[in-house]
Write a protein that binds this ligand. Structure first.
Ligand code: NCD
Length: 311
């Protein structure tokens, strides 16, 4: 594959990227998908490169798919989780990162509960930095895999109606998608309990707020459901899980309001019976596992575009 230029050192956020950047990453990811279907799922593209996955928050899909992506490109990948590192002995983030930098990694993938942690370390290290989720701020690789999944099912974004329902205020997935989807021409509607909506919606041009999930779902092409981010809430923002499920959960009868061919997405981890019923999560409109498959391809594209050596 001929190397095309990605103009940045790091991938820290969707905000600030252009339509061309998003399209370049999506096209590159699309071309990588077939590698995962080969009997020998490996290409030499990033041979000799070292990638460190530094995770200060729990992760299943994001961490394992960055690792698989690195290995399918023949990079050496190592994983550090805060709970088993010297962080528990009191080492600061900057000290940890300076020590890792001394081992000459090419790319550091970081997830951290603090907004801006990836930006801070990107300014201090030579390695390229990828944000794998910073607090409630952004999760760019998740939005990119969501975009790839939507593009595969709906062909293009112009005029597409997307409903994002749940804990919008605390969701970095929602935030990255609220920047990405309007940039590509989609119309985004968000809906959740008033206590879980962002205070300032003017930061998201092209995104509107709906009072009820029924209003949000009416005639949409894509439904994206979100988990309640209890770990980012300092007080109870809703009366009970049962009431939340009744008022905001996606079930088969609510889904009928969307277009007949609407797809259902969820970044995971799902709380079945809360934001989404099992019938919908496992139903024929669900593309949740397609999102996971695309996660590997998108992360291969990101690592390749940041770290690849032109061939
Ligand atoms: C999301 C995250 O960590 O922000 N999960 C993920 O990366 N697939 C969403 C969530 O935790 O609810």
């Amino acid at each position: 594959m001929k190397k095309r230029i990605f103009s940045r050192k790091d991938l820290l956020a969707i905000k600030g990227l252009g339509e061309d950047d998003l399209t370049l990453i999506l096209d590159t990811a699309e071309s990588f998908k077939e590698i995962s279907r080969r009997p020998i799922k490996k290409v030499p593209t990033l041979r000799g490169q070292t990638i460190i996955n530094l995770f200060y928050e729990p992760s299943t899909r994001t961490r394992s798919s960055f690792e698989i992506a690195a290995k399918r490109l023949s990079a050496d990948a190592i994983n550090i989780s805060a709970s088993t590192s010297s962080v528990v002995k009191g080492e600061t983030l900057l000290d940890t990162v300076k020590n890792l930098q001394a081992m000459a990694p090419d790319i550091i993938v970081i997830r951290h509960a603090c907004v801006g942690a990836p930006h801070l370390i990107a300014s201090r290290v030579d390695a390229r930095v990828v944000n794998a989720g910073d607090g409630a701020n952004e999760h760019p690789s998740q939005a990119l895999l969501d975009l790839l999944t939507i593009r595969e099912h709906k062909k293009n974004f112009a005029g597409l109606k997307v409903a994002i329902i749940g804990d919008i205020a605390h969701s970095r997935v929602a935030r990255s998608n609220m920047h990405a989807l309007p940039l590509l021409g989609a119309e985004v509607r968000v809906c959740g309990p008033p206590t879980m909506l962002p205070l300032r919606m003017d930061a998201f041009p092209g995104v509107s707020t709906c009072a009820s999930p029924e209003e949000a779902l009416e005639g949409v092409d894509v439904v994206m459901m979100l988990r309640i981010q209890l770990e980012r809430q300092d007080r109870t923002l809703f009366p009970s899980v049962n009431e939340y499920a009744r008022l905001f959960g996606l079930n088969a009868s609510r889904l009928k309001l969307a277009k007949k061919d609407a797809i259902v997405m969820h970044p995971g981890p799902m709380n079945r019976g809360v934001e989404i019923s099992s019938a919908v999560a496992d139903g024929e409109r669900s593309v949740i596992l397609d999102q996971v498959e695309n996660g590997v391809a998108v992360r291969m594209a990101i690592l390749y575009l940041l770290g690849g050596i032109a061939e």
